[in-house]
Design a protein around this ligand. Structure first.
Ligand SMILES: O=c1ccn([C@@H]2O[C@H](COP(=O)(O)OP(=O)(O)O[C@H]3O[C@H](CO)[C@@H](O)[C@H](O)[C@H]3O)[C@@H](O)[C@H]2O)c(=O)[nH]1
Ligand SMILES: [Mn+2]
Length: 885
């Protein structure tokens, strides 16, 4: 992947131009290098997959706006790969049509119901494949040009626009505080003008631990942030930085790195100890206060006041789901002028003379919770942040993170701006002003090296999302996404009318709620220039306004959660929220950078991972059965984007048939002989052909998406694992919901707590038994049994006989299913999974046992010699390979 040219600039005026680690220092004011636009991007001629889109193809690429260069470059796949790729897709389309036509001409009358079911299944698979494949016909890559952005900012007076950063968390145990503090520290230290952004933490748990952790963060940041600036370190999440081996030095004072590093590291260790002990510190303190005031059971803040949020001993008005709203400005907005630090001394561990030591604004928010309200999880939390930040900073751009994700590349905010501020529209169809959001891929730490459960999800990010670039943009994926604030307010893109005019025309009280302060902030946001960039004083009137905005009742009777803000009542608020913007005609951009812009953690425990995709697939189906159905959207949705959304919201439905196919081998218990289709030989030939073609097409995708074969295989495997349990469960859940009108509770993904201490991959080997595992275990058992019968049959009849031969051919399908389910099988073995040999021995023994039983049964009951050609047609799913998420 072509990496973006990286321009680093620290606040002390030192400027470094570094492209892929070759640092060339130039002076901040003199000697500024203006490299030609073509050279800025590190594409070179070496890339054998991507080729820059011809400048003349791009509207005004070299000067739409007064000769400004575009702020990003666009690449398409080289014809050498693209043409055969498209041709193969076309060929497969013809093949499946021919296949269906052939099947209809050879209707199987022996077993008509089975034939009909399998025919419906095959048609459905073919259709689903097409939905998945069509949007991928034209992959487009956008690469931000940071140097061009820097040049543009130098020449314009306004500088970079404001950004409000939102982080959401709930539970300090399920989502370890250490992740959250690292996330916040990486944001506070990111390379963006410090007076131009503000960081908000939403704590849905309302716990004092989170609040005090933020107070500790603010203290440690005073050391950490200037240290990052001084030495230009990457990544700026301390936990990850200190885990790194030494890297290429990009700062200005290499001589001081070693000693500074040592000191900051020691402070970080102490900081971690304080974070770890917060639970006990708070408990001890509260016990002491409560002892003085016998009968009290409060949780006490350090200043001797009662914490307004949830208490350790929950009581009325201080428990989960029932507490006051809290907004605390922990670090106020800094002044606009740089403030240089002090030289090293007894009190100052590190020499920060010449380094800007200002910190960005940091705000703690815990919205009000009352029983009887649906708090709408993350969507509700982010909507509160959207409103509160409108009063405190009102930045025209907003970026949101889950608490377990952090900024890994300090240039990432600037990279997003390359798309948002672009005035030439290198992507085709209008400038950056019509871009509602920029989505980066989610990259993960702490995933086992072979990525057993496809946590990296590379096919989705690097394949599907990338190709959506050519159809008005990728979907919103929940974290690591930069938004334009007005787009979140439900305003239409400028090509359909100026935001300010739209806002003026709106019935604001009914749409946005009763706060006049909030409503008047909206026009400022629409003008996209005026954000509040001076310290705020939380006087009584502001505090009153904020209390109104964080109250549960605020949204009653308004459009929040529907036409405004993050969308409610769907398990995956992200995809629908993005969908609403696309439906209005907004565009979005998918881009990735090296090193990855953001990174996070993923559940590597089988059960947790399955619950995660359960939540996602339920969200998909809920979207389909809501007013956000892709079929209902207006023509502003790009046709292929509609197809992509349709696929994204229906994929679980097809898997019911996959499950059925996988359970077909059960048929040999009730039927003597059955064939899904006759003539069976030709049927098999067709099947092999269409399945092989899927895989060949897949290899082309591997090539242009720049992923590994392993990524691709894991994706196939995890799709099959999901299809045999989770996805059909999601369908069942949806049916129940549609019939009864009630959904059931889906739990929050618990983060890997073991990764922090002890065995790195302990979670991988932990088995948590849940009913969700049963269907897949059943499929495993059925297919192992089928292999056993086939072996027995081949042994009994001889390999050269017709039934023997068919048995072996049929068995190939069962083996294939077993190969796909392998990660699941190894997963439920728990600790034994560390030794896959055990699994193979068990498997061979099970197959041998079934085969022996079959042979024994057969010789005891010779009249049943016809026993199942069944084994032959065991579980022949046709297009069993399918799309994922
Ligand atoms: O009542 C709640 C519940 C959750 N969250 C936060 O929501 C985020 C996502 O929850 P998580 O359990 O981590 O879900 P994942 O499946 O890991 O997340 C993916 O899928 C979600 C649903 O589509 C998206 O919201 C996420 O951004 C995306 O990373 C976390 O920061 C939570 O703290 C809240 O703020 N309040
Ligand atoms: Mn998450």
């Amino acid at each position: 992947m072509a990496a973006a040219a990286v321009t680093r600039r620290n606040n002390a005026g030192l400027r470094l131009d570094a492209t892929n680690g070759d640092a060339v220092a130039t002076d901040g004011d003199n000697g500024r290098r203006r490299s030609p636009a073509a050279k800025r991007v590190n594409d070179g001629g070496k890339d054998d997959v991507w080729v820059a889109v011809d400048e003349s193809d791009v509207s005004g690429a070299t000067g739409g706006d007064g000769g400004r260069p575009t702020l990003f470059r666009t690449y398409k796949v080289k014809g050498r790969i693209l043409h055969p790729y498209r041709f193969l897709i076309f060929l497969r389309l013809i093949a499946i049509v021919a296949f269906f036509a052939w099947r209809i001409r050879h209707k199987n009358n022996d077993c008509a119901w089975l034939w009909t079911v399998s025919m419906a299944g095959d048609v459905w698979f073919g259709f689903s494949w097409l939905l998945n494949q069509l949007p991928k016909l034209n992959p487009i890559k956008h690469v931000p040009d940071l140097a061009a952005l820097a040049d543009q900012q130098d020449s314009s007076s306004g500088g970079l626009p404001g950004v409000d950063v939102f982080v959401t968390t709930v539970d300090p145990v399920d989502e370890p505080v250490l992740y959250t503090v690292n996330s916040i520290l990486s944001i506070l230290a990111t390379d963006y003008p410090v007076d131009k952004y503000a960081c908000y933490l939403s704590d849905d748990g309302g716990t004092l631990v989170h609040y005090e952790a933020m107070v500790e963060v603010a203290k440690f940041a005073a050391l950490w942030v200037p240290f990052c600036r001084k030495h230009c370190v990457e990544s700026r999440a301390p936990e990850n930085y200190f885990a790194l081996k030494m890297q290429v030095y990009k700062g200005g004072v290499p001589g001081e790195l070693m000693s500074d590093h040592r000191r900051v590291r020691r402070e970080y260790e102490e900081f971690k100890v304080r974070i770890d002990s917060l639970f006990s510190t708070i408990r001890q303190r509260s016990d002491a206060y409560n002892a003085k005031d016998a009968g009290e059971n409060a949780t006490w803040m350090a200043d001797g006041t009662r914490w307004p949020g949830t208490w350790i001993e929950p009581v009325e008005n201080h428990r989960t789901g029932q507490h006051a709203g809290i907004v605390q400005v922990i670090l106020n907005h800094p002044s606009c002028k740089p403030r240089l630090g002090l030289p090293a001394s007894v009190d100052n561990l590190v020499d920060f003379s010449g380094v800007d030591v200002r910190l960005p604004m940091l705000v703690y928010i815990s919205r009000e919770k009352r029983p009887g309200y649906n708090h709408q999880k993350k969507a509700g939390a982010t909507n509160v942040m959207l409103r509160v930040s409108a009063l405190l900073s009102n930045a025209p751009f907003v970026i949101n993170f889950d608490c377990d994700h952090y900024v890994n590349n300090s240039q990432a905010f600037r990279a997003s701006m390359c798309f948002m501020l672009d005035r030439c529209g290198g992507g085709g169809g209008g400038g950056g002003e019509n871009t509602a959001f920029v989505q980066f891929p989610q990259r993960f730490d702490g995933v086992d090296p072979t990525d057993r459960y496809a946590n990296h999800n590379r096919v989705l990010f690097d394949g599907t999302m990338l190709s959506l670039n050519s159809h008005q943009g990728p979907t919103y994926l929940g974290t690591g996404t930069m938004f334009r604030r007005v787009a979140l307010y439900g305003v239409e893109p400028p090509r359909w009318g100026a935001a300010a005019i739209q806002i003026k025309a709106m019935d604001k009280a009914n749409k946005f709620g009763s706060s006049t302060s909030f409503v008047s902030s909206m026009l400022d946001a629409a003008n996209q220039e005026r954000s509040i960039m001076s310290p705020v004083a939380l006087d009584e009137s502001v505090a009153g306004d904020i209390a109104t905005l964080t109250a549960c009742a605020y949204e009653d009777g308004t459009s929040w959660g529907r036409d405004v803000g993050w969308v409610y009542n769907i398990a995956t608020e992200d995809v629908v929220t993005g969908f609403r913007m696309h439906r209005q005609g907004w565009r979005s951009v998918y881009t990735s950078m090296e090193p990855a812009a953001f990174r996070g953690t993923a559940p590597i425990n089988l059960t947790e991972r399955l619950y995660q995709i359960l939540r996602w697939s339920v969200g998909s189906l809920e979207t389909f059965f809501s007013h956000s159905n892709a079929l209902l959207a207006s023509h502003r949705l790009h046709p292929l984007q509609r197809v992509a959304y349709l696929h994204m919201s229906t994929y679980p439905i097809f898997t019911v048939l996959i499950l059925a196919y996988n359970l077909f081998p059960l048929m040999w218990l009730i039927s003597e002989q059955f064939y899904i289709q006759k003539p069976f030989g030709t049927y098999l030939l067709y099947l092999v052909a269409v399945i092989t073609m899927i895989h060949v097409i897949g290899m082309f995708e591997v090539k242009w998406a720049g992923i590994t074969l392993l990524d691709w295989c894991r994706n196939e495997q995890f799709y099959m694992i999901g299809s045999t349990g989770v996805y059909p469960t999601a369908v069942l859940y949806m049916v129940i919901k549609l019939v009864t009108g009630k959904g059931t509770h889906l739990k929050l993904a618990s983060k890997q707590t073991t990764a922090i201490s002890g065995d790195k991959f302990a979670d991988l080997y932990a088995v948590r038994w849940v009913p969700l595992l049963i269907p897949t275990i059943l499929v495993l058992a059925v297919n192992v049994g089928a292999v056993g019968v086939a072996v027995g049959k081949a042994a009994a009849c001889g390999l050269l006989t017709e039934p023997g031969r068919l048995a072996v051919v049929g068995m190939a399908f069962n083996v294939w299913i077993l190969v796909l389910l392998y990660p699941f099988a190894i997963g439920i073995m728990g600790q034994w999974g560390k030794r896959p040999a055990v699994l193979f021995v068990a498997l061979v023994m099970a197959i041998a046992a079934v085969a022996l039983m079959y042979v024994a049964f057969r010789f005891r009951a010779p009249y049943q010699a016809e026993w199942s050609g069944v084994a032959t047609s065991l579980g022949q799913g046709s297009s069993l390979t399918g799309p994922s998420e």
